[in-house]
Design a protein around this ligand. Structure first.
Ligand SMILES: *Cc1c(COP(=O)(O)O)cnc(C)c1O
Length: 228
């Protein structure tokens, strides 16, 4: 893909996000998901005005960090094992996939040891797909209250991965419920928690996510093409 094509795709998606949010919500920020792509493929994104990228594998990210770090804020968006927290704590701007107390505790400890607080999102599970991880909706508030005292964390909001389905109506309902959960939790004003980020929407459904008030969407294949 030429840098011009990349720039055009990014511009088109931004336009669609603005249209889909339709003045009801601010248009979400575009996080370009760069997993499986090399640093050389990713670098031209900077010229397209992209400032935030998402990666889901620690090993892969560490291998291509040089060159990316100066140009982009990097979000860790994938499932994270506790023993992978330490190497990334100084290298990412946010960990979006916190869904267990042991993981929250590990991030807290590593962040404090590194002299920082780590911005995190709580991953919730809109469709209740247990094997995919994520905190069930009904347990999210209790979970937030348990981890809110960990001062190594800066709890900034929620992240959701929707199920793979062609059923738009079903998806529409899941996005609406996720936004509803986000609004309720924000209105609770829990100490140690700022509910300002709602990360939802990927290549197949970012317009729908924008229509339901996502503050960031995570888009990979709609920009780079299908992963091989
Ligand atoms: C891969 C990935 C995305 C992006 O998926 P696309 O369908 O390529 O846009 C978003 N979020 C997470 C957590 C991912 O792993």
């Amino acid at each position: 893909m030429t840098p011009e094509e990349l720039t055009n795709r990014v511009a088109r998606i931004r336009q669609e996000l603005t249209e889909a949010s339709d003045g009801r919500y601010p248009a979400p920020r575009l996080i370009v998901v760069t997993k499986t792509h090399s640093a050389e493929e990713i670098l031209p994104l900077a010229r397209a005005g992209v400032t935030e990228i998402g990666e889901n594998r620690v090993q892969e990210l560490l291998g291509k960090l040089d060159g990316l770090q100066d140009l982009f804020q990097i979000h860790l968006i994938g499932r994270l094992q506790r023993n992978k927290v330490k190497p990334i704590i100084g290298n990412v701007c946010m960990i979006q996939s916190v869904d267990s107390e042991p993981l929250a505790m590990e991030i807290h400890n590593r962040a404090l040891a590194a002299g920082r607080r780590m911005p995190v999102l709580i991953e919730v599970s809109p469709a209740g797909e247990a094997q995919k991880g994520g905190v069930p909706f009904g347990e999210t508030e209790a979970f937030l209250k348990r981890i809110a005292p960990l001062e190594g964390l800066e709890i900034r909001g929620l992240m959701a991965v929707m199920p793979l389905t062609e059923d738009r109506e079903y998806l529409d309902g899941l996005f609406a419920r996720t936004r509803g959960l986000f609004d309720r939790l924000r209105d609770r004003n829990l100490g140690g928690v700022t509910m300002e980020e709602l990360s939802m929407g990927m290549s197949g459904d970012y317009r729908l996510a924008a229509a339901h008030g996502a503050t960031m969407v995570r888009v990979g294949s709609a920009i780079f093409g299908p992963r091989g």
